[in-house]
Design a protein. Structure first.
Length: 498
């Protein structure tokens, strides 16, 4: 069967009443957990995993998949409106999306995020159908050394995208890597930086860190600057992007989609790295790099398309190789095993209804998400008109509930408060939080692959320069860092001469 025949076969499965219902429920749940600060798809999928035992295999996986990529849509809403990233991949959205909202362009920002995600989702679904097996073959070529190069490039990209001081950005990345080391070392079983606090044995959670560094810090800064009145925004005159916005957004969306697909198919990568890499790329190719962080629509369209493309592209290694590129894919593999399905190369041949039905459901689910999100833009925008004296207690309550509900831990709520203080201090010192977040997210993957590469090479560090792909990525990382440092050095020389 050719691709179109396979897609027609998958659509026939996906449009059955039961599967349509599962797709809608997944998209709706994904949107809700993305909108609500502190909640995320990982916890939701984990809670729903036992339910899949009583559901049909195809329907249950369609629902879980809808929750995953639906959260990428919903997460942009809180990131744009109240600077709270529901997911790690929404961290970059806070930078320019929130700035656009503060300028009275919240409607345009939400519409660009939704339409960019729709374009990326539909394009990625077709790419999976057209080139799933070849792309899976490319992913197989990546070993631990290649992942070290890839993650290094991502970390350097975080330094490049920082709008402030390069040394401060490097310091924030290193702090993120240091925070990622907290917990029990899986290889040796040794406790690291836990200070005998049992809650820290599993490491620091993403939610208390993100909610503290972004949510609480933003509340404190706003209260300090406005005396409790909140930040005033310009009058919102329209809820649809202008022609200029579209003209600037679509090339960024296209680049973000391509980048998201390429990074999403690699096990160990994903939506977070794709969104950061897309932001760095857009800032480098832009003729107006000074606008980034101040409401550049390219800085919103590119990462939003990239994270949705990567979220769907990561299904390729999961379905084709049985390799979970992230925690949610690991849970979905568990759901497949509960149903008696063995993930791997045989899935396409032995479970065509599952494979093609899921791909077709992505086409339907992405359209459903836009139909759910765009009509509700007015509702999200009204949140900006709520007096800040009313809004900030609600934000604090959501942050506290979201953090506590994950592990029923009061300690993590206190940890969130501590990170709120740290985030406030960083804001006052002119240090961006985004590089810290990327360092924290990719730190465990970086450490694991670094150790594995050195173990396979018997401690020989030359493995990183003798393998072509790894050497190429490290070379690109060096060029990116040099490109970021040269302007700084030139400015210092000019100051010294003056």
């Amino acid at each position: 069967m050719d691709v179109f025949t396979n897609l027609a076969y998958g659509l026939g499965i996906a449009i059955s009443p039961d599967n349509l219902l599962f797709c809608f429920v997944g998209a709706l749940l994904g949107t809700l957990i993305g909108v609500l600060p502190g909640l995320g798809p990982t916890a939701t999928v984990a809670m729903l995993l036992p339910v899949t035992f009583y559901l049909p295999p195809t329907g249950s996986l369609i629902m879980l998949a809808g929750i995953f990529y639906g959260a990428q849509y919903g997460g942009s809403s809180t990131a744009i409106l109240v600077r709270l990233p529901g997911e790690a991949s929404s961290v970059v959205t806070c930078l320019d999306g929130y700035a656009m909202a503060q300028q009275g362009r919240a409607g345009a920002a939400l519409a660009v995020a939704a339409l960019g995600s729709l374009f990326a989702g539909l394009t990625t679904a077709f790419v999976i159908a057209l080139a799933g097996p070849p792309l899976a073959d490319i992913a197989v070529m990546f070993g631990p050394a290649e992942y070290v190069g890839l993650l290094t490039m991502g970390l350097i990209g975080a330094v490049v995208l920082a709008s402030g001081s390069i040394p401060k950005a490097i310091a924030m990345v290193l702090l993120g890597l240091l925070l990622a080391c907290v917990g029990i070392d899986i290889s040796t079983g040794e406790k690291r930086f836990t200070f005998e606090v049992t809650t820290l044995y599993d490491g620091i959670g993403f939610v208390p860190l993100a909610m503290g560094m972004f949510g609480l810090a933003e509340v404190v800064v706003s209260l300090e600057e406005t005396g409790g009145r909140g930040q005033t925004t310009a009058q919102i005159s329209r809820l649809w992007p202008s022609r200029t916005d579209f003209a600037r957004a679509w090339p960024a969306s296209l680049r973000g989609t391509i980048l998201g697909i390429l990074l999403g198919i690699l096990p160990g990568s994903g939506a977070t790295l794709a969104s950061f890499a897309s932001y760095a790329l857009e800032k480098k190719v832009s003729r107006r790099p000074e606008e980034f962080g101040r409401g550049a629509i390219e800085g919103l369209a590119g990462p939003e398309s990239a994270n949705n493309a990567a979220a769907q592209a990561c299904f390729i290694p999961m379905l084709s190789l049985g390799v979970p590129p992230n925690a949610i894919m690991a849970l979905m593999i568990g759901a497949m095993m509960i149903q008696g399905i063995q993930p791997g190369p045989a899935v396409i041949a032995t479970q065509p209804a599952l494979f093609w039905g899921m791909i077709a459901s992505m086409l339907i689910g992405n359209v459903t998400l836009v139909l759910l999100n765009l009509p509700l833009i007015g509702l999200w925008v009204r949140l900006l008109r709520v007096p800040y004296s009313v809004l900030f207690p609600i934000i604090l309550v959501f942050c506290a509930i979201g953090t506590y509900s994950l592990n029923n831990s009061v300690f993590e709520v206190g940890l969130m408060a501590a990170f709120g203080v740290l985030g406030y201090v960083c804001r006052r010192l002119g240090c961006e939080v985004a590089p810290l977040m990327l360092g924290f997210v990719v730190g465990p993957m970086f450490e694991e692959n670094l150790r594995r590469a050195l173990l396979l090479s018997q401690g020989d560090p030359s493995v990183f320069v003798t393998r072509p792909i790894a050497a190429g990525m490290l070379g690109v990382s060096a060029l990116l860092l040099l490109a970021a440092l040269v302007p700084t050095l030139k400015r210092k020389r000019q100051v010294l001469r003056a």
